[in-house]
Design a protein around this ligand. Sequence first.
Ligand code: CU
Length: 156
Amino acid sequence: MRRPGSAVVVLAGALALAGCGGPDSGSGPDDGKAVLSVGSAYMPQPVSDEVAAGFLTLTNKGGAADELTSVSSDVAGQVTVHETVGGAMQEVERLTIPAHGRLVLESGGNHLMFEKLKRKPRQGQTVSVELRFAHSAPVTVEIPVKPATYTPHSGH
Ligand code: CU
C-alpha cells in the first residue's frame, strides 16, 4: 500500500529524512517506525543504450523495518529491483530495510535496473529516482552518473 505523502527531495549523500510530522514535541523515540536515509548513490555510465544499473544504500535508524517496494526515474520507462543469485540476476518484488539496519545495493549484489531508457545517462549528469516504500513516504534522490568503470571506495 502506498501513502499519498509527497516526495521528499534529497541530494545523494547521507541525509536524514524528516521522519515525524506535526508540531507535537515530546513524543518518544521512533521505536515504532522506520527512519530512512539514502547514501552512496551512483549510476555507472551505461554501456548499453537500453539498460543501466544504479546503486545506493538505504539506512534505517528507526525501530521498525520497511520495504523498498517500487522505483521510478525520469530517464527510464521502467525501473526494477534486482538481486544477484549465483551470478545471475533476477527481479524481486521488494527488499527489506531492517530496523536499525541497512539495505545495500552494490555492484555484484542487489541493484536498481533502469530499463527502456529515454536517454543515455552520461558521466557528470544526474538522474532523478523516486524510491517508494511500504510504510515511509516516497523519497526522490538525484543520482550522479559516474564513469562506466567507477567503483566506490567502501573501505572504512
Ligand atoms: Cu539487473
